[in-house]
Design a protein around this ligand. Structure first.
Ligand code: FAD
Length: 300
């Protein structure tokens, strides 16, 4: 099993953490406590999402800027094409350049009418993710990451279309893909085979979602097209009123998933933190990641 095989040596070579911009002062406090808690684990980068329809433009920028100013972390700013002219999007890109940010997660974004409605590009906006990536690259020397979907994008009829879109994103300059969350690692490896089979060689970093709340996650998974296996539901069965045990199970489940990925050759892991440090910190600890001071003590 994954646990047994990885007890000795295997650990991810690099981790990254995703946050969302806070809506209230209380949420901002939680976020910053989480960033400070996770900072000593030296993530390769931390990313900050962009609200649906560009609703968090200011808050995303403020959060990313504060990460630059107050931490040694390398932030990646998410950016979408939705509901904005090219000029407006370019202004956002330039403001990141000025702030010292060098990594953007380039996305199309969800339809302005919400999931399930048809995506219509803004008439004066970037029409697609590859177009946005070209826009970013024309403005500055940014590293560009993009999204990938091991279970297909919900709008997509076939993997072939999805993988062709991924190829277009790579051709436009993307150097890393981060996946939508998934729970069945075989799904990820089958997808990776398809991507490699299509001659796409950029890292496809698994996005791991620790299940803080099973019901919420199941509802969210339904919208994003991620399959929730019966065994996962079974693990959380009967715990609806027991948040404490749910959290312990969540750490164990996510650590087990990552151990198995690492055993099967994955080197980089991206965590959807939901702005909470505790689970992700515990999972990283299980995976053998330590703050630098602890490593020195342990080997002294
Ligand atoms: P793309 O990869 O460009 O396209 C998605 C799909 O649309 C394709 O796979 C294909 O099925 C179809 N498609 C696109 N172009 C064509 C074409 N030319 N011909 C035929 N079909 C086509 N959303 C936010 O609003 N803010 C965020 O910060 C954010 N961060 C995310 C981070 C990650 C890691 C992931 C996985 C998703 C994130 N999303 C975010 C969600 C994302 O915006 C939605 O999934 C959106 O619907 C698609 O965006 P995309 O960049 O993946 O689109």
């Amino acid at each position: 099993s994954g646990f047994r095989a990885s007890r000795n040596t295997s650990r991810p070579a690099s981790v990254s953490f995703e946050f969302f911009p806070p809506k209230t002062p209380a949420m901002e406090e939680t976020l910053w406590a989480s960033i400070k808690r996770l900072e000593p684990l030296s993530p390769a980068f931390v990313s900050v999402t962009y609200g649906a329809g560009g609703t968090t433009r200011e808050r995303t920028h403020t959060t990313v800027k504060r990460i630059v100013d107050e931490t040694p972390l390398r932030p990646a700013a998410h950016l979408t094409c939705v509901s904005a002219t090219k000029g407006e999007v370019d202004d956002v890109i330039r403001s990141y350049l000025d702030a010292g940010v060098r990594h953007i997660v380039a996305l199309r974004g969800d339809p302005a009418g919400g999931l399930g409605t048809r995506y219509e590009p803004h008439p004066e906006g970037y029409a697609s993710t590859p177009a946005l990536i070209e826009g970013i690259r024309a403005i500055g020397d940014f590293e560009v990451s993009v999204a990938a979907y091991p279970e297909k994008h919900p709008e997509s009829d076939s993997f072939a279309v999805d993988i062709d879109v991924l190829r277009q994103k790579v051709d436009a300059g993307a150097t890393r893909a981060i996946t939508q969350f998934f729970f069945d690692n075989d799904v990820y490896f089958r997808y990776l085979d398809k991507v490699r089979g299509a001659g796409i060689n950029i890292p496809v970093v698994p996005g791991i979602l620790p299940v803080q709340n099973f019901r919420q996650t199941a509802a969210f998974a339904e919208r994003t097209g991620a399959h929730v296996p019966a065994w996962l539901a079974h693990r959380f069965d009967g715990l609806d009123d027991d948040a404490e045990t749910r959290r312990l199970i969540a750490a164990a489940v996510a650590a087990e998933q990552v151990f198995d990925l690492v055993d099967r050759g994955v080197t980089d892991i991206h965590f959807y933190t939901m702005n909470r440090a505790d689970l992700v910190y515990a999972i990283c600890h299980l995976l053998g990641l330590r703050p630098p001071a602890t490593i020195q003590q342990a080997t002294a």
